[in-house]
Write a protein that binds this ligand. Structure first.
Ligand SMILES: NC(=O)c1ccc[n+]([C@@H]2O[C@H](COP(=O)([O-])OP(=O)(O)OC[C@H]3O[C@@H](n4cnc5c(N)ncnc54)[C@H](O)[C@@H]3O)[C@@H](O)[C@H]2O)c1
Length: 317
């Protein structure tokens, strides 16, 4: 049963979960925010700390540390719990550890009577989104992974800097696994309606080779940040707030999130980052970009890597 006011529950008040809570509060996106963590002291401390900033927030938000029972009335549960990447570890290395943790978390969420939307940010996010869909029994459109929303933000930011154009006028997508096999869709990248290929024809010194370097910086951004400060959290926190807003405000916004494919892009039975239209009901539909041959091959490879990593445990057959 849904509450009369918007309620977001965050499972995992670590770096990502608490940064998300802070960003959510500062943007005034939800009326109620409940923090749940195995480490109750951390969730309680965060709830107290965040509440003390309320006099300066744009809207009123009720914040508390809670239990899974509080998920029953939640519109969205955002899962950021679990182990994070250690230096040198890939996101896929985390698969077994976090799948085990997720089985317990999802059964507790569902036991509360929850029937809203689950957003997953924990890595490897595409595989864990699939796991949540399986474990929860929720319809596919109600389970959304953060997918390549952050990677897409990163490339838009870097392209905006490179071309010296407002990032909001950059339309470019990173699709595929949120990880080493993700890819940029250059053939469908536009700035102010002009294809990116036309921006890199030598005018003002802009070169196609620079785009390749920009993409590598996007793909390897997490490694670089983790090397320097141990974890990444602000970028993903703001991406999750953007997604939360698109859901609660029924925006029909196009965001690159991990969505379930049933034939789109030529693939079935996989959650992977693709542009999708998001509204109050979750994923309304997947936007199918017309990929060129090279992009299609890379996307197929990304799907195959994810499927191999998930193994027989997670496939629906
Ligand atoms: N999707 C993305 O783009 C993206 C970006 C950054 C980080 N991440 C991922 O987010 C996850 C969290 O990262 P972090 O840096 O916040 O880690 P963290 O270690 O700071 O926080 C994890 C929190 O989960 C809690 N937790 C662990 N098991 C739990 C359980 N069973 N029930 C409830 N709470 C539990 C821990 O107590 C801790 O507070 C990682 O998997 C990380 O890889 C994803």
């Amino acid at each position: 049963m849904s509450n009369l006011v918007n309620r977001v529950a965050v499972i995992g008040a670590g770096f990502v979960g608490s940064s998300y809570a802070f960003a959510l509060l500062n943007q005034g996106i939800t009326e109620e925010l409940v923090l749940i963590d195995l480490n109750q002291d951390k969730a309680e401390g965060d709830a107290m700390d965040l509440s003390h900033g309320l006099p300066f927030a744009p809207t009123r938000t009720k914040i508390w540390f809670g239990s899974y029972a509080d998920c029953g009335n939640a519109d969205i549960v955002v899962i950021t719990a679990g182990a994070n990447q250690k230096p040198g570890e890939t996101r896929l290395d985390l698969v077994e550890k976090n799948t085990r943790i997720f089985k317990g978390i999802v059964s507790e969420i569902m036991a509360s009577g929850f029937d809203g939307i689950i957003v997953v940010a924990t890595n490897p996010v595409d595989i864990l989104t699939y796991a949540v869909w399986k474990f929860s029994g929720l319809p596919k459109e109600k389970v959304i992974g953060s997918g390549t929303i952050l990677d897409t933000a990163r490339i838009r930011y870097l392209l905006g800097e490179y071309f010296d154009v407002d990032t909001r006028n950059v339309h470019a997508y990173i699709i595929g696994e949120h990880g080493d096999t993700e890819l940029p869709v250059w053939s469908r990248a536009y700035i102010s309606g002009i294809n990116i290929a036309d921006w890199t024809k030598g005018k003002n010194g802009f070169k196609k080779e620079d785009l390749d370097k920009i993409f590598l910086n996007v793909r390897d951004a997490a490694y670089q940040i983790i090397e320097k400060k141990g974890a990444t959290f602000y970028g993903i926190a703001m991406s999750l707030v953007r997604l939360t807003k698109a859901i609660l405000q029924n925006e029909n916004s196009v965001l690159t999130v991990s969505s379930y494919l049933e034939g789109e892009y030529g693939h079935h039975d996989i959650f992977i980052g693709v542009p999708a239209i998001v509204n109050r009901n979750g994923i309304r539909e997947i936007v199918e970009l017309d990929l060129d041959d090279d992009e299609r091959k890379k996307f197929d490879h990304s799907v195959n890597v994810l499927k191999q990593t998930m193994g027989p445990v997670m496939t629906s057959d």
